[in-house]
Design a protein around this ligand. Sequence first.
Ligand code: NI
Length: 171
Amino acid sequence: MSDLDLVNNVLEIKKFPDPVLKKVSQPVEVFDEELAKFVKDLFSAMRVHDGVGLAAPQVGVLKKIAVVEYEDKSYVLINPKVIDQKGLQEGEEGCLSFPGIYAHVTRPQWVKIEAQDEKGETHTYEAEGYTARAFLHEMDHLSGKLFIDYLSNLKRNAIKAKVKKNTGGHF
Ligand code: NI
């Protein structure tokens, strides 16, 4: 398989303001081969686009599934929920659905989450710093929440204007 085939087979990432990004995803109830394949495809799309995380709604699938990969650790987050959180961190954040756009977002410094893997087994993960930020950013996607929703109206409108410019105004 050539590099071109690889790119051609990759799931297409939905860009803001695609309305699918604002929808709430449904819980996963069936843990089958199809789900395992989809998780693999999500990882592939994330890696091709150099992301640290990707959520199912970003490829148009409204299911509570996300993947995160940071510092050589990979996480499958199916039906994830926050169990506990502590502290606050501020840092720059981007999103594969907002190419070239970054903004400062305040989030908890530490989180404890529970999530299922593609086999349906439940895992608990504790993470801090950037990994915690990635978990929370991806989990937000599953509720239709975007990182720009944390910004002031002024900053959010500036980003919307920039996106509009980038896409030639095709909303
Ligand atoms: Ni994102």
